[in-house]
Design a protein. Structure first.
Length: 80
């Protein structure tokens, strides 16, 4: 794998991880302030699923971002 391809893949991983971190952090903050009576009954199963899995998705996003940043570091060292 050449350096340009490694840099592109690692950059995409870091970017996807960063978006996941932002999204799950906002979601967890919103869950602390939500008025549960305003959520429609049809949406509650989805809200419950995401509230139980948000921490796992956040950890996965952190891992993905870390791997992407490490890959960018490796690509930077390989390019010099």
């Amino acid at each position: 794998m050449d350096v340009t391809t490694l840099r592109a893949i690692a950059g995409a991983m870091a970017k996807a991880g960063a978006w996941g971190i932002v999204a799950m952090s906002l979601y967890k903050a919103a869950l602390r302030r939500v008025d549960w009576s305003l959520i429609p009954a049809s949406a509650m199963p989805r809200v419950r699923w995401w509230s139980t899995h948000a921490s796992c998705v956040l950890r996965l996003s952190l891992t993905l971002a870390g791997l992407g940043l490490a890959g960018l570091g490796v690509a930077g060292l390989a390019g010099t």
